[in-house]
Design a protein around this ligand. Structure first.
Ligand code: DC
Length: 234
Protein backbone atom coordinates (compact mmCIF):
# COMPACT_ATOMS: atom_id res chain seq x y z
CA UNK A 1 0.00 0.00 0.00
CA UNK A 2 2.92 2.36 0.72
CA UNK A 3 3.63 4.80 -2.07
CA UNK A 4 6.31 7.39 -2.10
CA UNK A 5 6.31 9.36 -5.30
CA UNK A 6 7.99 12.66 -6.11
CA UNK A 7 4.50 14.22 -6.06
CA UNK A 8 4.11 13.19 -2.42
CA UNK A 9 7.26 15.13 -1.67
CA UNK A 10 6.34 18.26 -3.62
CA UNK A 11 2.96 18.78 -1.98
CA UNK A 12 1.90 19.21 1.63
CA UNK A 13 -0.64 16.70 2.82
CA UNK A 14 -2.43 16.68 6.14
CA UNK A 15 -4.31 13.59 7.35
CA UNK A 16 -6.95 13.96 10.07
CA UNK A 17 -8.41 10.77 11.49
CA UNK A 18 -10.57 10.00 14.48
CA UNK A 19 -13.95 8.70 15.64
CA UNK A 20 -17.32 10.14 14.66
CA UNK A 21 -18.15 13.50 16.18
CA UNK A 22 -14.61 14.43 17.17
CA UNK A 23 -14.93 17.60 15.07
CA UNK A 24 -12.68 16.46 12.22
CA UNK A 25 -14.67 17.89 9.33
CA UNK A 26 -15.55 21.21 10.98
CA UNK A 27 -11.94 21.79 11.96
CA UNK A 28 -10.46 20.51 8.68
CA UNK A 29 -12.83 22.69 6.65
CA UNK A 30 -11.85 25.82 8.58
CA UNK A 31 -8.15 24.95 8.40
CA UNK A 32 -8.38 24.33 4.63
CA UNK A 33 -10.02 27.71 4.14
CA UNK A 34 -7.36 29.44 6.19
CA UNK A 35 -4.55 27.68 4.33
CA UNK A 36 -6.21 28.01 0.92
CA UNK A 37 -5.88 24.29 0.18
CA UNK A 38 -8.29 21.56 -0.88
CA UNK A 39 -10.37 19.80 1.78
CA UNK A 40 -11.51 16.21 1.18
CA UNK A 41 -14.14 14.64 3.46
CA UNK A 42 -13.80 10.90 2.80
CA UNK A 43 -16.68 9.99 5.14
CA UNK A 44 -19.04 11.67 2.66
CA UNK A 45 -18.07 9.06 0.04
CA UNK A 46 -18.89 6.14 2.36
CA UNK A 47 -22.12 7.94 3.22
CA UNK A 48 -23.06 8.22 -0.48
CA UNK A 49 -22.60 4.45 -0.86
CA UNK A 50 -24.53 3.87 2.38
CA UNK A 51 -27.38 6.02 1.00
CA UNK A 52 -27.40 4.07 -2.27
CA UNK A 53 -27.82 0.81 -0.32
CA UNK A 54 -30.71 2.25 1.72
CA UNK A 55 -32.42 3.43 -1.46
CA UNK A 56 -31.95 -0.02 -3.00
CA UNK A 57 -33.49 -1.66 0.08
CA UNK A 58 -30.26 -3.48 0.91
CA UNK A 59 -29.06 -4.09 4.48
CA UNK A 60 -25.31 -3.42 4.16
CA UNK A 61 -24.60 -5.26 7.39
CA UNK A 62 -26.02 -8.52 6.03
CA UNK A 63 -26.41 -8.41 2.25
CA UNK A 64 -22.74 -8.01 1.37
CA UNK A 65 -23.06 -9.79 -1.99
CA UNK A 66 -25.85 -7.43 -3.03
CA UNK A 67 -23.78 -4.37 -2.12
CA UNK A 68 -20.90 -5.79 -4.17
CA UNK A 69 -23.22 -6.38 -7.13
CA UNK A 70 -24.64 -2.87 -7.02
CA UNK A 71 -21.32 -1.10 -6.41
CA UNK A 72 -20.21 -0.83 -10.08
CA UNK A 73 -23.44 1.09 -10.78
CA UNK A 74 -22.66 3.67 -8.11
CA UNK A 75 -20.80 6.62 -9.52
CA UNK A 76 -19.44 8.84 -6.76
CA UNK A 77 -18.11 12.28 -7.66
CA UNK A 78 -16.77 15.10 -5.54
CA UNK A 79 -16.88 18.81 -6.34
CA UNK A 80 -14.91 21.36 -4.36
CA UNK A 81 -16.12 24.78 -3.43
CA UNK A 82 -14.18 27.24 -1.29
CA UNK A 83 -13.25 25.24 1.81
CA UNK A 84 -16.13 22.81 1.25
CA UNK A 85 -17.20 19.80 -0.73
CA UNK A 86 -20.32 18.49 -2.48
CA UNK A 87 -20.86 14.81 -3.14
CA UNK A 88 -22.75 13.42 -6.12
CA UNK A 89 -24.28 9.95 -6.44
CA UNK A 90 -24.91 9.14 -10.10
CA UNK A 91 -25.04 12.84 -10.88
CA UNK A 92 -27.40 13.77 -8.02
CA UNK A 93 -26.15 16.13 -5.30
CA UNK A 94 -26.70 14.13 -2.10
CA UNK A 95 -24.62 16.37 0.21
CA UNK A 96 -27.57 17.10 2.53
CA UNK A 97 -29.27 13.69 2.53
CA UNK A 98 -26.08 11.81 3.48
CA UNK A 99 -26.06 13.58 6.87
CA UNK A 100 -29.18 11.75 8.10
CA UNK A 101 -28.49 9.50 11.14
CA UNK A 102 -29.59 6.30 9.36
CA UNK A 103 -27.07 7.03 6.60
CA UNK A 104 -24.28 7.31 9.22
CA UNK A 105 -24.92 3.74 10.32
CA UNK A 106 -25.21 2.45 6.72
CA UNK A 107 -21.92 4.23 5.88
CA UNK A 108 -20.17 2.50 8.75
CA UNK A 109 -21.60 -0.86 7.61
CA UNK A 110 -20.56 -0.49 3.94
CA UNK A 111 -17.11 0.66 5.03
CA UNK A 112 -16.34 -2.88 6.27
CA UNK A 113 -16.73 -4.32 2.75
CA UNK A 114 -13.33 -4.70 1.02
CA UNK A 115 -14.46 -3.79 -2.54
CA UNK A 116 -16.08 -0.61 -1.24
CA UNK A 117 -12.80 0.46 0.38
CA UNK A 118 -10.81 -0.39 -2.77
CA UNK A 119 -13.11 1.72 -4.94
CA UNK A 120 -12.95 4.72 -2.62
CA UNK A 121 -9.21 4.43 -1.95
CA UNK A 122 -8.54 5.05 -5.63
CA UNK A 123 -10.88 8.04 -5.74
CA UNK A 124 -9.32 9.50 -2.57
CA UNK A 125 -5.75 9.12 -3.79
CA UNK A 126 -6.65 10.65 -7.14
CA UNK A 127 -8.16 13.68 -5.40
CA UNK A 128 -4.98 14.16 -3.35
CA UNK A 129 -2.60 13.77 -6.27
CA UNK A 130 -0.57 16.80 -7.28
CA UNK A 131 -2.18 19.11 -4.76
CA UNK A 132 -1.83 20.27 -1.18
CA UNK A 133 -4.68 18.71 0.70
CA UNK A 134 -6.26 18.26 4.08
CA UNK A 135 -8.18 14.98 4.14
CA UNK A 136 -10.26 13.57 6.97
CA UNK A 137 -11.53 10.07 7.69
CA UNK A 138 -10.58 6.94 9.61
CA UNK A 139 -7.62 5.51 7.70
CA UNK A 140 -6.06 8.54 6.01
CA UNK A 141 -2.79 8.52 7.95
CA UNK A 142 -2.55 4.73 8.05
CA UNK A 143 -3.65 3.73 4.53
CA UNK A 144 -4.77 6.48 2.12
CA UNK A 145 -1.90 8.96 2.55
CA UNK A 146 0.79 7.09 4.51
CA UNK A 147 3.35 9.71 3.47
CA UNK A 148 1.35 12.72 4.66
CA UNK A 149 3.70 15.26 6.26
CA UNK A 150 1.30 15.76 9.16
CA UNK A 151 -1.08 13.23 10.71
CA UNK A 152 -3.50 14.24 13.41
CA UNK A 153 -5.70 11.85 15.38
CA UNK A 154 -8.57 13.86 16.77
CA UNK A 155 -10.66 12.42 19.55
CA UNK A 156 -12.98 13.29 22.45
CA UNK A 157 -15.09 11.37 24.97
CA UNK A 158 -18.11 9.55 23.53
CA UNK A 159 -20.47 11.61 25.75
CA UNK A 160 -19.15 14.85 24.36
CA UNK A 161 -19.05 13.65 20.75
CA UNK A 162 -22.65 12.46 21.01
CA UNK A 163 -23.73 15.79 22.51
CA UNK A 164 -22.01 17.75 19.71
CA UNK A 165 -23.66 15.59 17.04
CA UNK A 166 -27.06 15.83 18.77
CA UNK A 167 -26.87 19.66 18.86
CA UNK A 168 -25.67 19.78 15.25
CA UNK A 169 -28.63 17.67 14.08
CA UNK A 170 -31.16 19.65 16.14
CA UNK A 171 -29.77 22.93 14.75
CA UNK A 172 -30.29 21.57 11.24
CA UNK A 173 -33.88 20.80 12.17
CA UNK A 174 -33.36 17.02 12.28
CA UNK A 175 -35.46 15.87 15.29
CA UNK A 176 -33.54 13.24 17.23
CA UNK A 177 -33.10 11.58 20.58
CA UNK A 178 -29.80 12.02 22.47
CA UNK A 179 -29.60 8.39 23.67
CA UNK A 180 -30.14 7.17 20.14
CA UNK A 181 -27.45 9.49 18.76
CA UNK A 182 -25.08 8.20 21.46
CA UNK A 183 -25.83 4.54 20.83
CA UNK A 184 -25.36 5.06 17.04
CA UNK A 185 -22.01 6.62 17.83
CA UNK A 186 -20.96 3.72 20.05
CA UNK A 187 -22.05 1.28 17.35
CA UNK A 188 -19.94 3.12 14.77
CA UNK A 189 -16.91 3.43 17.10
CA UNK A 190 -16.94 -0.34 17.58
CA UNK A 191 -17.65 -1.12 13.92
CA UNK A 192 -14.99 1.28 12.62
CA UNK A 193 -12.25 0.24 15.05
CA UNK A 194 -12.81 -3.50 15.00
CA UNK A 195 -13.16 -4.11 11.26
CA UNK A 196 -10.47 -6.15 9.56
CA UNK A 197 -9.43 -3.73 6.82
CA UNK A 198 -8.13 -0.25 7.56
CA UNK A 199 -9.61 -0.01 11.06
CA UNK A 200 -9.81 3.30 12.87
CA UNK A 201 -6.55 3.70 14.79
CA UNK A 202 -3.93 6.41 15.17
CA UNK A 203 -0.99 6.15 12.76
CA UNK A 204 2.19 5.52 14.74
CA UNK A 205 3.53 8.91 13.64
CA UNK A 206 0.34 10.88 14.38
CA UNK A 207 -0.18 13.71 16.84
CA UNK A 208 -3.06 12.76 19.16
CA UNK A 209 -5.37 15.63 20.05
CA UNK A 210 -8.16 15.17 22.61
CA UNK A 211 -10.76 17.94 22.34
CA UNK A 212 -12.84 16.86 25.36
CA UNK A 213 -13.68 20.04 27.26
CA UNK A 214 -12.49 22.31 24.44
CA UNK A 215 -14.86 24.45 22.40
CA UNK A 216 -14.59 24.78 18.62
CA UNK A 217 -12.46 27.95 18.68
CA UNK A 218 -9.99 26.40 21.13
CA UNK A 219 -9.79 23.20 19.07
CA UNK A 220 -9.26 25.09 15.80
CA UNK A 221 -6.57 27.24 17.38
CA UNK A 222 -4.73 24.18 18.67
CA UNK A 223 -4.92 22.37 15.33
CA UNK A 224 -3.78 25.48 13.42
CA UNK A 225 -0.80 25.76 15.75
CA UNK A 226 0.15 22.13 15.05
CA UNK A 227 -0.32 22.62 11.29
CA UNK A 228 1.72 25.83 11.17
CA UNK A 229 4.56 24.24 13.10
CA UNK A 230 4.57 21.26 10.74
CA UNK A 231 4.52 23.50 7.65
CA UNK A 232 7.46 25.50 8.93
CA UNK A 233 9.44 22.32 9.42
CA UNK A 234 8.19 20.58 6.25
O1 DC B 1 -16.58 10.71 8.89
P1 DC B 1 -18.03 10.21 8.83
O2 DC B 1 -18.63 10.09 10.18
O3 DC B 1 -18.87 11.03 7.88
O4 DC B 1 -17.92 8.74 8.19
C1 DC B 1 -19.02 7.89 8.02
C2 DC B 1 -18.56 6.43 8.08
O5 DC B 1 -17.73 6.14 6.97
C3 DC B 1 -17.72 6.05 9.31
O6 DC B 1 -18.53 5.59 10.38
C4 DC B 1 -16.80 4.99 8.81
C5 DC B 1 -16.66 5.25 7.33
N1 DC B 1 -15.37 5.83 6.96
C6 DC B 1 -14.32 4.97 6.79
O7 DC B 1 -14.45 3.78 7.02
N2 DC B 1 -13.12 5.45 6.35
C7 DC B 1 -12.94 6.76 6.12
N3 DC B 1 -11.75 7.20 5.67
C8 DC B 1 -14.01 7.67 6.33
C9 DC B 1 -15.21 7.17 6.77
Amino acid sequence: MERNTSEDMATFKIAIDGPAGAGKSTIAKLAARELGIVYVDTGAMYRAIGLATIRAGINPNKDIAEVEELLPQMNIEIAHSEGGQSVFLNGEDVSVEIRLPEVSVAASDVSKIPVVRTKLLELQRNLAEKTDVIMDGRDIGTVVLPNAQLKIFLTASVEERAMRRYRELMEKGVECDFDLVKSDMEYRDKNDSEREIAPLKPAVDSVIVDTTGKNLDESVELIMQIINEARNIG
